[in-house]
Design a protein around this ligand. Structure first.
Ligand code: ATP
Ligand code: MG
Length: 408
């Protein structure tokens, strides 16, 4: 039997773990500084949460969910985490806390997609959700945080794209305009687009199908419909956001066709693209979702957030070498070796010894590969109560007491 990891999943092996710690630590540092608190929700939820929360015109709900039945209950491995965070926000009555409630998360997500570079079936996201603030300052906070985090990782070659999808009122007129423009070539579009045409025509602009995109070009769709005409409130919200971004020196491009793949967005949407990734170049997607908390049974609560693909971040960063431990105890007296190992670990140092008590040269060889210092305990060392410490980077040797060892 030759069982491999399921298609579209990847082991994270020890040689890569520092790359992950680096991303996770930067997230924790940057988000904590902005007073976001970490939340950890289950990796599976009631299927209804995603059907209602992500939306039934999205690719995620229509095609990509890992759904299973247990005791007559339909459960789904989370394809994204906003719906789960909103569920937890309601379940723990966080809407009663004073606004804003600022949460961040990291963890695996599951989507049944065609695996390719930058696209897996189990992948990881890190993201934030900010509840309770209607003002565009919250949208700016999220974009600023995303950029700060990416910069903290050393990623600067980025394009921030923003757009406003308006509210239901502004969208209504736009949807009609879009439908009129699409009607002449609707028959040529894919089945997904045909069903989106009635349910949520905006999503047609996000279609990845090549044939559809060719038709959009042929009929000059994007130019002919132009962007959403925003109502006064949505327009002043969008203008305010741009003002904040200008003041914060965050460069952005306006993309009037950025609609994002989820149904719940209102007003602001944004995406951050890396200029040095291939075709899967979106590292961050986010936006405002003022209706979602209510849709999921809570009080009306404005909210905004983003999610980033951690594998895509990792692909952009140079890999970090595995850490060396501080000490490796070399001795043919195993009892002395294990005693010193334990003492050093209790003092807070990383330390290892040779469990097989192999020949001295073998032990030194192993020490040079894995540790900064070899601590040698031979007969003379035991008799005269000292250690010989070999610095493995320059091969210098010194006699030391335990206390001196602890000062290295
Ligand atoms: P894409 O257009 O790349 O499919 P999306 O709009 O489906 O992205 P979101 O749901 O907004 O993506 O998720 C946010 C981020 O999560 C994406 O920008 C991307 O970095 C990452 N991501 C999404 N799906 C995958 C996947 N299958 N494998 C790896 N990363 C992913
Ligand atoms: Mg997708």
């Amino acid at each position: 039997m030759n069982i491999k990891a399921p298609k579209g999943t990847k082991d994270i092996v020890p040689s890569e773990i520092n790359d992950w710690y680096n991303i996770e630590n930067a997230a924790k540092e940057v988000f904590t500084k902005a007073d976001f608190k970490e939340i950890r929700t289950p990796i599976f939820e009631d299927t209804a949460l995603f059907e209602r929360g992500v939306g039934d015109t999205t690719d995620i709900v229509n095609k990509e969910m890992y759904t299973f039945i247990k005791s007559d209950r339909s459960l789904t491995l989370r394809p994204e985490n906003t719906a789960g965070v909103v569920r937890a926000y309601l379940e723990h009555n966080m809407f009663r806390e004073s606004a804003p409630v600022k949460l961040w998360y990291k963890g695996p997500m599951f989507r049944y997609e065609r695996p390719q570079a930058g696209r897996q079936r189990q992948f990881h996201q890190v993201g934030v959700e900010m509840f309770g603030i209607q003002d565009a300052s919250a949208d700016a906070e999220c974009i600023m945080l995303a950029v700060d985090f990416l910069n903290k990782l050393g990623l600067n070659d980025l394009t921030v794209e923003i757009n406003s999808l308006g509210c239901n009122v502004c969208r209504k007129e736009y949807k009609e305009r879009l439908k009129d423009a699409i009607a002449p070539f609707l028959d040529g579009l894919c089945d997904d687009c045909k069903s989106r045409y009635e349910k949520n025509p905006l999503r047609i602009l996000d279609c990845k199908n090549e044939e559809c995109n060719k038709l959009f070009d042929k009929y000059n769709l994007k130019e002919s419909v132009s962007g959403i005409k925003l109502c006064d409130e949505c327009s002043s919200h969008y203008e305010k956001l741009k003002k904040y971004l200008n003041e914060l020196n965050i460069k952005y491009e306006e993309n009037t066709f950025l609609v994002r793949g989820l149904d719940y967005y209102t007003k602001t949407v944004f995406e951050i693209k890396s200029n040095s990734l291939g075709s899967q170049n979106a590292v961050c997607g986010g936006g405002r979702y003022d209706g979602l908390v209510e849709t999921l049974g809570g009080p009306h609560t404005p909210a905004v957030g983003f999610a980033m693909g951690m594998e895509r971040l990792k692909a952009l960063l140079p890999s970090i070498e595995a850490d060396k431990i501080t000490f490796f105890v070399v001795s043919d007296n195993q009892l002395e070796a294990v005693k010193l190992t334990s003492k050093l670990r209790h003092k807070g140092y990383s330390c290892e010894y040779d469990y097989n008590s192999r020949k001295f040269a073998k032990q030194i060889e192993k020490a040079s590969k894995t540790a900064k210092y070899a601590v040698i305990i031979g007969e003379d060392e035991i008799k005269n109560n000292y250690y010989t410490v070999k610095n493995l980077s320059d091969s210098t040797q010194e006699k030391m007491s335990f206390d001196e060892l602890c000062m290295l």
